[in-house]
Design a protein around this ligand. Structure first.
Ligand code: PBG
Length: 328
């Protein structure tokens, strides 16, 4: 090795041509890495665009079926369904979330009917889409989110979603004990084969903003008493241990981009599949900057997803899933 004259090592040799760079790439995205989150809204006849998420809509049951078929054709791994009930169906207990004919349950049946087992069908298991106060659980007399009363609601949700035919439930409310309660509820109702994708490290994030529009959330205040503080790392590892102990089949870190360190730590310490959720605000930032002509949209999208996979994600939930899968 000579220093000071000419370099003895020339890493640039491996970057000389596209073929060379392709050959030595350490991270490759595959359509089967990707899961499409999708919103379906009750009582509409045309899809409703989400302003803060250009290109994403609240689906009708019909367009949801089409989106599921397109995802299958593109080779996407799965679809994560979110239900948006009619406003007047929201109440303090989130009753529509456990109605067998509630919007999410209807959507699960429709998608299973359309694509069978060709996509892994997943559902958000949380009350915030169905409560009039917008919190992820039910409230006690003082207006605080009541952990244990909420768990009872989650148990019922797990059963109705599984009855509707979902393959995987995604408890996302960050209540203590939610994975264990959901596992018991599934097992006791004959749904031993339904898996749990645990939102293990879910941070209280400003980047959920556009999602609140997507589900027509009426949240006043914030979720800081149940979602994690962005400052913390160890707390995530504790949540991880608990979720695995309670029976999580897969674990998730959310958001993705600002939490790649958490993702890497989780990925190196588990032997279950690890997912990352590239959330609404991460999507919106790229779309907005691209619309202004400030960044190259397609390159930026692939770079964000490559970074998430490189950090250790086996699965990535992204609103770009179908588009990216088509291009790979
Ligand atoms: C809770 C839930 C949220 C998201 C997924 N599940 C919202 C929240 O926790 O406030 C956010 C997804 C996104 O922003 O893309 N049901």
């Amino acid at each position: 090795m000579t220093y000071g004259s000419f370099p003895g090592a020339r890493p640039r040799r491996l970057r000389t041509t596209p073929a060379m760079r392709r050959m030595v790439a350490e991270t490759r995205l595959h359509p089967a890495d990707l899961i499409l989150p999708a919103f379906v809204r009750e009582g509409i006849t045309e899809p409703v665009p989400i302003q803060a998420m250009p290109g994403v809509v609240q689906h009708t049951m019909d367009t949801l079926r089409k989106a599921a078929v397109e995802a299958v054709e593109a080779g996407v791994a799965g679809i994560m369904l979110f239900g948006v009930p009619e406003d007047e169906k929201k109440d303090a207990n989130g009753t529509a979330g456990t109605d067998p004919d509630g919007i999410l349950q209807v959507a699960i049946r429709a998608v299973r009917d359309e694509i069978g087992d060709d996509l892994v069908v997943m559902s958000d298991l949380c009350l915030d889409e169905y409560t009039d106060h917008g919190h992820c659980g039910v409230l006690d007399a003082d207006g605080r989110v009541d952990n244990d009363a909420t768990l009872e609601r989650y148990a019922e949700m797990a059963q109705v979603q599984a009855d509707a035919g979902v393959h995987v439930v995604g408890p996302s409310g960050m209540m203590d004990g939610q994975v264990g309660v959901v596992r018991d509820a599934l097992d006791q109702t004959g749904h031993e084969d339904v898996s749990i994708l645990a939102y293990t490290a879910k941070y209280s994030s400003a980047f959920y903003g556009p999602f609140r529009e997507a589900v027509g959330s009426s949240l006043q205040g914030d979720r800081k008493t149940y979602q994690q503080d962005p400052a913390n790392v160890r707390e995530s590892l504790r949540e991880l241990a608990l979720d695995l102990d309670e029976g999580a089949d897969m674990v998730m870190v959310k958001p993705a981009g600002p939490y790649l360190d958490i993702l890497a730590k989780v990925a190196e310490s588990v032997d279950v599949p690890v997912a990352a959720y590239q959330i609404s605000g991460e999507y919106a930032m790229v779309e907005a900057a691209a619309e202004k002509g400030w960044i190259d949209r397609d390159r930026a999208i692939l770079e964000t997803l490559t970074g998430i996979k490189r950090a250790g994600a086996n699965l990535i939930l992204t609103y770009w899933a179908t588009e990216v899968a088509r291009g790979l």
